[in-house]
Design a protein around this ligand. Sequence first.
Ligand code: ADP
Ligand code: MG
Length: 914
Amino acid sequence: MPTSSDPAQKNPQPPGYPSSWEFDGLLTTGEAVHVRPVEPADAGLLSALQANLTPDTIHGHCLGIHAGMSPGDASQAAGVVDYRSRMAFVAVVSEELVALATYDRLGPRQRAAEVAFVVASTYQHHGLGTLLFESLAEYARSMGIDRFLADVPAENTDMLKVFGATCLHSTQVDNAGTVRVEIDIRPTPQYRASCDEREATAEVASITSILRPRSIAVVGAGRHRGGLGHELVRSLLAGDFSGTVYPVNPSARAICGVPAFPALSSLPEQIDLAFVAIPATGVPEVLKEAASSKVRAVTVITAGFAETGRSGAEVEAELLGIARSHGMRIVGPNCLGVVNTDPEVRMKGTFTGLDPLPGRLALVSQSGAVGIVLAEQASAAGLGLSNFVSVGNKLDVSSNDLLCFFERDERTSVVALYLESLGNPRKFARIARRVGEHKPIVALRAGRTAAGARGARSHTAAAATPEVTVSALLRGAGVIKVDRLEELLDVSAILLASPLPAGRRVALVGNSGGPLILAADACEGGGLLVPELAEATKAALKEVLVPAAAMGNPIDMTADGTAATLEKVLETVLDEDAVDAVIIVVTELVALSAADARTTAARVAQHAAKPVVACILGGAAPSTTNNAGTAAEVPTPERAAAALDHVCRYAEWRRRPLPSKKEPGERFEGSAVREIVTAKLQASEAGGWLELDEAARLLEACGLPVLTTKAATSAEQAASVAASLGFPVVLKARSGEVVHKSEVGGVVVGLDSSEAVRTAFETMSTRLGAEMGGAVIQPMAPPGVEAIVGLASDPDFGPVVMVGLGGVLTDLLGDRVFAVPPLDPGAADAMIASLRAAPLLSGYRGSQPVDRGALVEILDRVAWLAEQVPELIELDLNPIVVSATGALAVDCKARLAPRPVGPGPLFRALRSRG
Ligand code: ADP
Ligand code: MG
């Protein structure tokens, strides 16, 4: 990405320069910094950094930098790196080099390196030391280094704190005023948590300039109504924004009665947030001006950069470059703006006239139009918003950043997202999982992604489309994924108003039969239960209901039911142990008005420890004043049931058992696995499919039960291998490149003599030619239920595992389920249980039950392997034969690929500029 301010772009990169390690990160102040490997052209900047240093800002010896040396020496640091045994990262803000971190490997095969850190005095205590530590450690690990050593002057407590903050295992020995620190940089759960914590803190600081600004400029604020900038100023003023508003207009003296300024550079103070609502051609210039005026964030309303004569993407990349090299954040472009209803902020930063009620729902929309519709529907339903953010094209600020902010925003208790794309799905899932532990996230994801051209040849990879994978990712992360716009608010309404249900058992209470039956059908059809009530409860109901009333479940009060009856019935069913939630389905009738039903529902719901969802048919619409403190209201019984089902599923996720500490590592032969992987990647740099017997060997070393698979290169050898295994045997083409062996005559089963094996080998050779790649011989598998377990891994989406049952029928019926590793305890079993063909395992129509646990174990282990062996990017165990005595993979296809270069997708980096 060419920018005028990044010196790395001006000079040709030196050989071996690892450009995939250039990224932008956030400091604890919320400011963005650019981090990249050092290069010789940095020499001048390094001397400038060194000139700025005081002895106490030097932490150890930075590849020759030490206090009191000449600028010439410092510049050497850039010259001595080889990006392998000697490495240095620099941090750059506004063309100034503000920090340097280096490692120097102790020796060619040593797993330890000497490290040192230098941070310019003006950037100390901004989290720059830890950010560079994380970068250096991630890089070093990719080079096979797992220990850092540093000599730190004892008085340099700041540096010692940086090491401590990482939460890694370290030892410190004090030697006459110098502390020798030794750190094991292999990531621990505590280390990851501390990285996440720092990332979240930085995000909150960064997003605070956008959602809690103290001062706002509006660039492009015209004199006339209807102009976007003008309407923005008007909206901010009408909303009584708590800070200062500065209209920016080259010629007007005032806009909406507020003094205007000709340019951002002429404002009397440093601005937190600038809205940009001018024609696209002028936006890059305004961003440069904002950057040099030290504006902390911009919200670019402007859409359509195509008219600048360059492609929209090109201009957007330029905008991001300008912002990032000055530490500025961008919302948009092509967005409606941002709103915060906090009484202390009162920011109505949109031109749309949107005026949401204050409340506890944070709403984020990628589409402006959908955002308005949702915000208006929320208001109509009495749902108050804490914040509204229209993220537009998500050039920089994305839902990931906002989730971190809402996680700690005390006014937000539920987050609703309308998304069209996920920039970094794995990161999103990771953050969502953390946030979802205490604040539910409801997401509607529109716009189906076209299946990626992966050239998928395994069943699993072909079936694991991005859509399927994202769904699995979101489900695993506890995100409530809805499919329709109205569901987003229905589910949010229940979550906002109610405690989480303890189970799926619903009592239905109403005053007319038809709607109650609809509700019962919707509940039972959608996975909720409508249980019969206990005799004692029925007896209690009898006391308050007319004789014609139905006391089972649904409970029909009949047209005679009054508000008082409703209240007593509700209290009675809420007391019943077999009820986890109540749906009220009331039609306005003479005895009970809609308004009275609402009041009653609200009164009961307030004290209830179970969700009470009201569905009021007919009568006046609910009032649009803030409904805080009322029962959740959903317009129809079907929608109420669907929304409650989502809430139940979320509650189940929240109750899921904690991951067990025990890893299935017992039968894992780490060194054998490494050997096979390394051999393959050395033979072919890009990796590829393993031959059948190699795949079998790899999986065996991984602890998976695989049918004996022996290679043979000639008919004669095949015959003798077969004889040693014992007849009957199976002969197969050995090549991993043959996709469906049986379709091309590459599988012959039931060979019962050496002669038969020889003949089969020769026939197969003639038919397949060199493609056969020799043969493998297997014994015959025992009879059983055929299953498939697979793994597919994508650089963006990460690994996903799949399980299906029933051999060829799996494909025909699409009866398979996906999940993203790591699997929670019990998840593998639940996946298998959810297959339509699952009854095959427990003995279907007279067949013997088989060892289902053995299949669960295989699925669990494959999911575990996804993380242990990241080079294994495609795997099909198809079929696995599950019999009464165990499960055995009969065919296995495995593809290996080198690990991707650069920091991993979960690393604490902002969206890449590339
Ligand atoms: P591919 O999937 O490449 O066509 P497989 O190795 O899966 O090749 O063989 C195809 C089918 O042949 C299997 O689904 C299974 O029904 C049968 N088969 C393969 N190997 C054996 C074996 N060792 N014992 C019994 N049946 C086998
Ligand atoms: Mg197969």
